[in-house]
Design a protein around this ligand. Sequence first.
Ligand code: ATP
Ligand code: MG
Length: 137
Amino acid sequence: MERTFIAIKPDGVQRGLISEIVNRFERKGYKLVAIKLIVPSKGFAEKHYHDLKERPFFNGLCDFLSSGPVLAMVWEGEGVIKYGRKLIGATDPQKSEPGTIRGDLGVVVGRNIIHGSDGPETAKDEIALWFEPKELV
Ligand code: ATP
Ligand code: MG
């Protein structure tokens, strides 16, 4: 069954949005197969966002991701990679539709609350980066 990596970033955890976000994925009908709270190191954040290393915001983004607890999760279900990104909304909360997580709960792109894998390959890579196989139920 299809799986995706979803992470609530330090801003979302700090603002107390964990239950709100988990609730949206649960109500949709997806199955939670792994979850843990971790403070990633800067090097780990750089690995997670390696595709963006040429972008001007890369350093600030990795500083931010490693600035506090992140709720790392794996969710399972039919079409969860693509539809999970729909629940999340557009990257920039100014452009996310109301009804999406970023649209309802966020304001600026540098504090956009949540991450979701953008395709099958990244989902596989990100799950392997953040979790040991035995952590997936
Ligand atoms: P994510 O990978 O976190 O789920 P995304 O796939 O919607 O987000 P990406 O293009 O992968 O967007 O960018 C990764 C993250 O980098 C964004 O979530 C955002 O926090 C940050 N980011 C993207 N563009 C900008 C920008 N122009 N300025 C500052 N930060 C940015
Ligand atoms: Mg992305």
